[in-house]
Design a protein around this ligand. Structure first.
Ligand code: AHG
Ligand code: MN
Ligand code: MN
Ligand code: MN
Length: 335
């Protein structure tokens, strides 16, 4: 039998590489692992339990909250608060950041930002959804309640990031800045087992992922890139294949493994696009760079953007380096 390495074992092994590590990040990742298992259990029985459909309320983004959005948010919040390694959390489903205001939590050094349930529109139709998380060291002094500044750090300050994809199998992918690693959940054992060590994404890909229904609203550079993907060219193996699930996590995961580009551009109506910088784009950008890929808003590196608001949006181009560079060149030239 092949030796199985669980996520827990792997994290402890990796911690041994850093003598200065205190174990807090290890504990934090364990909290995320636990919440992911709980959400995974609910997602798997979504059609049976009364947890599909809308709650009847809107979140701060003006989106209709789904029951699983709220459920996943509550589970992640509870898991993160309980262990005491986190002083506060920001989430797509919370208007303001959440202060974990106890003596232990105020002493903690980490903040977590999360999209607890990504791909909400796919829940009720059994299509892959996910969870995204991003971890920073606070900038405010320990021993005090967390502040907004702790959350408004540029993505290049992340100490770890990852996602969980609830797909044909459930996979947790994370990085602490030393490569990207993936773990597949074995429900019979209740463990995440190492399945993808040191993920590297191809420099060139053959897949492009974009909601092309919005074509008419895209900037000229993006329209030209789509036409480029569709043009015939033997040397670059075009036309490329179009694949769009409508769950960022699932679209990104496929492209990360196979090579490809995911695009969510600005439109005339939404000049900043749709995706949220802090808990969608930054963690995904961190992972793609760790895997050798590239993430941009069309003009600059996502990770270098200095955020000004918790729910700030940004255009997003992420994936295989050469594909992202090509769309950046077209945007620079044609807007
Ligand atoms: P969320 O479900 O967390 O609100 O995120 C939805 C996002 C993202 O997952 C996806 O890629 C994108 O919205 C899809 O948007 P369109 O339906 O506009 O293509
Ligand atoms: Mn949403
Ligand atoms: Mn999302
Ligand atoms: Mn979401």
């Amino acid at each position: 039998m092949q030796k199985m390495i669980t996520l827990g074992e792997f994290i402890v092994q990796k911690q041994a590489d850093f003598p200065e590590a205190t174990g807090d990040l290890t504990g934090l990742l364990s909290a995320i692992r636990l919440a992911a298992k709980v959400v995974n259990r609910e997602v798997n029985k979504a059609g049976l339990a009364d947890i599909t459909g809308a709650v009847g309320e809107q979140n701060i983004q003006g989106e209709e909250q789904q029951k699983l959005d709220v459920y996943a948010n509550e589970k992640f919040k509870a898991a993160l608060e309980a262990r005491g390694e986190v002083c506060g959390m920001a989430s797509e489903e919370e208007e303001d950041y959440v202060v974990f205001d106890s003596e232990v939590n105020n002493n903690a050094k980490y903040v977590v930002l999360t999209d607890p349930l990504d791909g909400s529109s796919n829940i009720d139709v059994n299509v892959s959804i996910g969870t995204i998380f991003s971890i920073y060291k606070r900038v405010s002094p320990r021993g005090t309640p967390v502040t907004l500044e702790d959350f408004l750090q540029p993505g290049n300050q992340q100490v770890a990031a990852g996602y969980v994809i609830y797909g044909s199998s459930t996979v947790l992918v994370y990085s602490t800045g030393h490569g990207v690693h993936g773990f597949t959940y074995d429900p019979s054992l209740g463990v995440f087992a190492l399945s993808h060590e040191n993920i590297c994404t191809p420099e060139d890909g053959l897949i492009y992922s974009i909601n092309e229904g919005n074509y008419i609203k895209f900037p000229d550079g993006v329209k030209m890139y789509i036409k480029y993907c569709q043009a015939e060219d033997e040397a670059t193996q075009r036309p490329f294949t179009a694949r769009y699930i409508g769950s960022l996590v699932a679209d990104f995961h496929r492209n990360l493994m196979k090579g490809g580009i995911y695009l969510y551009p600005s439109t005339m109506k939404n000049p900043n696009g749709k995706l949220r910088l802090l808990y969608e784009c930054n963690p995904i950008a961190y992972l793609v760079e760790q895997a050798g890929g590239r993430a941009s808003d069309g003009y600059q590196r996502i990770l270098d953007i200095k955020p000004t608001e918790l729910h700030q949006r940004t255009p997003f181009f992420v994936g295989s380096t050469n594909m992202v560079k090509t769309v950046e060149d077209l945007i620079k030239e044609f807007g």
